[in-house]
Design a protein. Structure first.
Length: 376
């Protein structure tokens, strides 16, 4: 068996290297001692959008600067990139390039990607050169960010829920401790403490029910969509809250749209949203102060408004308001339940939007819009 001549072995090795560079999924860049790009493989073209003719022979720092997001494309950033690459070519290492470097780039088509660059030194004929492996990690970063957002949302959810539950729980425990002592309490005082404990327990039960429903909606959004008449939905919600409105002495009126437009929605969920908004409006109103519900068809959508003349809310408090996991309600059976956080999520799950307009001392208008049937 004869040994392959040295030049043939070298040619085979070069062909193998060319094949590897052409077929690897990672981008590969090689620069000479002057930082000019000598190798820019097809994967690098695919990742950045910069073609081989556009890259070869160009200084690496010039090409990297072109990929920098516009808001970060400063003279300082340009100089820093150039200095780091020059330092790497001199010493085989540089500050900030001694491990995987994660950065955001803007491709030539304007799309943004997150990449990870790993630089490594190459010595050839006594000269220091450099190579770089580029990996597109956009999908991985997207999953990481989604997981982080999920954790943050869950922590905020639990924090808000525990805050809402604390007050009725403390009231219940306080009254039970008073009843347990049995000392210094008249029959009237004992009866009053028992009544307060029962109200706190009902309030707590309502809040827990609302918390359970909100948590379930977060993990699994299932809607039974059908074409529904928004007028009938509003009337159902008004009927359900007739007793609360009468007890508060708050008149509630409905001004329906002139031309009815059906929406595609989950009937029970939509009633839940309207009951929540109406219940809040009634509780915020003084006796004799009216609450008005309106519905109107607009271009491609139907908008419902719940208008009260209560105390209003401070400007800028909308994010906190719609972050309410539970609405405390009043002590007594059937109070409490899901807060504006869930109601807004339900509307958004339908492809709609919810908001509020309010003025302190004048009142609030909570509204939501849903795509009209056949328009979504």
């Amino acid at each position: 068996m004869t040994r392959e001549p040295a030049h043939q072995a070298q040619r085979s090795s070069q062909q193998m290297l060319i094949s590897i560079l052409a077929n690897t999924a990672d981008g590969i860049v090689v620069v000479d001692e002057f930082a000019q790009i000598q190798e820019w493989n097809l994967a690098q073209v695919r990742i950045t959008g910069i073609t081989q003719p556009e890259a070869l022979g160009e200084p690496l720092f010039e090409v990297l600067f072109r990929l920098t997001p516009p808001e970060k494309r400063t003279i300082g950033a340009y100089i820093k990139t150039k200095e780091r690459i020059s330092e790497f070519l001199l010493h085989g290492k540089a500050s900030g390039l001694d491990g995987p470097v994660e950065t955001e780039i803007v491709r030539t088509d304007g799309t943004r990607r997150v990449v990870e660059n790993l630089y490594f030194p190459i010595r050839q004929n006594g000269e220091m050169r450099a190579g770089c492996i580029t990996r597109d990690i956009s999908e991985r970063k997207g999953l990481e960010n989604a997981r982080l957002e999920s954790v943050q949302t869950r922590e905020e959810f639990l924090s808000r829920a525990s805050h809402s539950l604390r007050s009725p729980l403390q009231g219940l425990l306080g009254n039970l401790e008073m009843l347990k002592s049995k000392e210094g309490l008249s029959d009237v005082e004992r009866e009053a403490a028992l009544e307060r404990a029962v109200r706190s327990a009902h309030r707590l039960a309502g809040l827990i029910q609302g918390l359970t429903e909100t948590a379930g909606f977060q993990t699994s959004v299932e809607l039974d969509l059908e074409e529904v008449d928004i007028k009938r939905i509003i009337e159902d919600a008004l009927e359900a809250l007739k007793g609360l409105a009468a007890g508060k002495g708050v008149p509630v009126a409905y001004a329906p749209e002139a031309v009815a437009r059906p929406v595609r929605a989950d009937r029970s969920r939509l009633v839940q949203v309207l009951r929540g908004l109406l219940g809040n409006a009634i509780r915020a109103s003084e006796a004799g102060s009216p609450v008005l519900v309106t519905s109107a068809a607009q271009v491609g959508e139907v908008t419902v408004q719940v208008i009260d003349h209560g105390p209003g809310i401070p400007s800028g408090s909308e994010p906190e308001l719609f972050g309410q996991v539970l609405m405390p309600g009043e002590e007594g059976p059937g109070t409490g339940g899901p807060g504006l956080y869930l109601l807004k999520k339900i509307i958004e799950a339908h492809g709609g939007r919810m908001g509020v307009q309010s003025q302190l001392g004048v009142g609030s208008t909570f509204y939501f819009s849903l795509p009209a049937a056949g328009e979504g």
